[in-house]
Write a protein that binds this ligand. Structure first.
Ligand code: GSH
Length: 398
């Protein structure tokens, strides 16, 4: 029988999967989720932790025998018994099917929909609407499957139910209001059955279903942004880890935090991130205020994916990037202006997004070629000779 410690932050739904599995199997599991035993954002960055769990992510499991595992599904699998995992190859494969379904069909829309309501992600209407549609699709599949079944696989709770129910915890608590869940009664019946099993209840406590769909919490979001700027507090605590840990866990049980606080701990990863060094700190102040130039020249919005993620370059770079060619036969080419003399992307880990997908060439600012290209790219007109005939004959997508 497995025995060991699960490192996590409090109220982590990924850790719940392992904790519930252990409740069923009888695996002896200690949970280290508070200082001094474990402080998320600190302990998981120590060399000792990284030596066992190279990603530095939680949940992470270490057996009393030294056996280490990361990835919540693997940990929950390890802490299960055969009844939970599926006793035959077919049943075990069906369990795995639902575990994967949770990861790929539920978690992405659940996160996109719920995170803004908790203030840990900016609201994007289109993304939220898409998430609702994706969630409806997953719910419809589940509802159909559960039409004639009590549990997802077989006649008893399996790891499939544990995993899928835990992945839906936040949607059921936060956004699946009665009218939204009304078309999927089998799913709600199954979810309520699961979370009311004693083994679930011991871990989750009382699960209250959402009454009114939570909306984007702009105030909380602003607070979180400020928090991210603030360096984390130093970890306190003596050596008597186990005892003090137990006391804290008990206190926590008595006083469950509000939902937004619960998930703060995950976001604390970002909050605890050391502030990245300014790659331009060594350069003298420049008279060329790029941000202002861009606003005044009204350079249009550009290729969204890469550019959205390069927001931090806003004040030190600008570009005009165009898509040449026709559908399924196109090429992207652009002109960039950076502060300093070097290509900006390699200067900071925050900027190294997609830049390797392109070839980069420094232009001689005094050359005729440079003057032509500046004119062409900023006006979106011209021969664009360097792009190549094939693409250049097509349309320029602006
Ligand atoms: N696929 C992993 C995801 C684990 C994960 O992303 N954990 C986050 C907390 S929500 C973490 O520990 N992040 C710490 C970090 O990235 O430094 C699992 O299911 O265990």
């Amino acid at each position: 029988m497995a025995a060991g410690t699960l490192y996590t932050y409090p109220e982590n739904w990924r850790a719940f999967k392992a904790q519930i599995a252990a409740q069923y199997s009888g695996a002896r599991l200690k949970v280290a989720s508070n200082s001094p035993a474990f402080t998320f954002g600190q302990t998981n960055r120590t060399p000792a932790f990284l030596n066992n769990f190279p990603l530095g992510k939680v949940p992470a499991y270490q057996g009393d025998d030294g056996f280490c595992l990361f990835e919540s599904n693997a940990i929950a699998h390890y802490l299960s018994n055969d009844a939970l995992r599926g006793a035959t190859p077919q049943v075990a494969a069906q369990v795995l099917q639902w575990v994967s379904f949770a990861d790929s069909e539920i978690i992405p829309p659940a996160s996109a929909w719920v995170f803004p309501t908790l203030g840990i992600m900016q609201f994007n209407k289109q993304a939220t609407e898409q998430a609702k549609e994706d969630m409806k699709r997953a719910l419809a599949v589940l509802n159909q499957h559960l039409n004639s079944r009590t549990f997802l696989v077989g006649e008893r709770v399996s790891l499939a139910d544990i995993t899928v129910a835990c992945s839906m915890l936040w949607v059921y608590k936060q956004v699946l209001e009665p009218s939204f869940r009304q078309p999927y009664p089998n799913v709600t019946r199954w979810f309520v059955t699961c979370v009311n099993q004693p083994q679930f209840k011991t871990v989750l406590g009382e699960v209250k279903l959402c009454e009114k769909m939570a909306q984007f919490d702009a105030k909380k979001f602003a607070e979180m942004q400020t928090k991210k700027e603030t360096p984390p507090k130093k970890e306190k605590g003596g050596k008597d880890a186990a005892k003090s840990q137990e006391k804290k866990e008990k206190k926590k049980e008595e006083k469950k935090p509000a939902p937004a606080e619960e998930i703060d701990d995950c976001d604390a990863v970002l909050a605890a991130e050391p502030k990245t060094k300014d790659p331009y700190a060594h350069l003298p102040k420049s008279a060329f205020v790029m941000d202002e130039f861009k606003r005044k020249s009204q350079i249009p919005p550009m290729f969204t994916g890469m550019f959205q993620r390069l927001d931090k370059l806003r004040k030190t770079a600008f570009a005009s990037v165009l898509l040449f060619g026709t559908n399924n036969d196109s090429s992207i080419s652009g002109l960039w202006v950076f502060r300093g003399q070097d290509l900006a992307f390699p200067l900071s880990p925050d900027w190294q997004i997609d830049y390797e997908s392109y070839d980069w060439r420094k232009l001689d600012s005094k050359s005729e070629e440079c003057k032509t290209l500046v004119k062409e790219y900023l006006s979106w007109e011209g021969d664009f000779k360097h792009v190549g005939k094939a693409f250049n004959q097509g349309k320029i997508f602006k």
